[in-house]
Design a protein around this ligand. Structure first.
Ligand code: COA
Length: 224
């Protein structure tokens, strides 16, 4: 259907148009559809304090259509949503380590969603996240999310663990979670969506101009 392109500080220039499209989609989805009006910006781009050079974007790009899905990972050692805005979700302390990243902003465009049945596009994004984490040596993700994600992520085999109690925030119930990444998470996620191959663009097109160097990525989060 589409591949997941990893966009980080090393290849951002090659993805300028797609990143712009993704900021606009985020605005349409989070502000327009979800009604998170605190994220509204007059320029129609949903960009926050954590869209920095350190952010890693996983963009689902459909040839001829552009960005149809996305998500973001931020190193937990850098300022991130849980550390700066919601530290109360982790009363024992916000988990921070080289091999922990924060996961935010997953979306699939409405046209590719399948309410009431498994959404293959979402499955590709989940597999992309699990694959990237494995390659990059990221062993856990921290998440600020609505509570319905606990069951969702348990079904994917990500072993979600609340860091504290949930809170009401702007009409939603949110919680801080940790999930495990690794071979088991990837296998269960692939099994859930009957995906048997890599969904990462660079895995298919090594050497293409718009790919990150997976040898660097495979150096692992602890390898710097
Ligand atoms: N509140 C409560 N439950 C919700 C919910 C919400 N806002 N959104 C989804 N759910 C439930 C669904 O009812 C569904 O339950 P079911 O399995 O019993 O039918 C389950 O959670 C899975 O929802 P679904 O949307 O089908 O999951 P998905 O994994 O296919 O897709 C997204 C997930 C996030 C990709 C997709 O919902 C999306 O793009 N949403 C808009 C962006 C967004 O809200 N992102 C999350 C916050 S960053």
């Amino acid at each position: 259907m589409f591949h997941i392109h990893i966009v980080d500080s090393s290849n951002r220039g090659a993805y300028r148009d797609e990143l712009e499209q993704h900021y606009r989609l985020r605005h349409e989805i989070y502000v327009g559809e979800r009604g998170w009006h605190n994220l509204a910006r007059p320029d129609g781009r949903e960009v926050d304090a954590f869209d920095t050079e350190d952010a890693v974007y996983l963009l689902g790009i459909l040839p001829g259509k552009g960005v149809v899905a996305g998500s973001r990972l931020v190193p937990s050692l850098k300022p991130h949503l849980m550390s700066e805005v919601f530290p109360q979700l982790a009363p024992q302390g916000v988990p921070r380590a080289n091999d922990i990243f924060e996961w935010t902003r997953i979306f699939v465009v409405p046209a590719l969603r399948r309410p009431g049945s498994p959404c293959q596009a979402a499955g590709i994004v989940y597999c992309g996240i699990a694959e990237y984490c494995l390659l990059r040596g990221i062993s856990q993700l921290s998440i600020v999310c609505e509570t319905y994600w606990v069951d969702r992520l348990a079904k994917l085999g990500w072993n979600p663990r609340p860091l504290g109690r949930s809170f009401e925030y702007r009409g939603e119930t949110i919680v801080g979670l940790m999930v495990d990444m690794g071979e088991a998470a990837l296998e269960t996620t692939r099994g859930t969506y009957a995906i048997s191959h890599s969904v990462l663009w660079a895995q298919h097109y090594q050497g293409a101009s718009r790919s990150v160097d997976l040898h660097d990525m495979a150096g692992g989060a602890t390898g710097g």
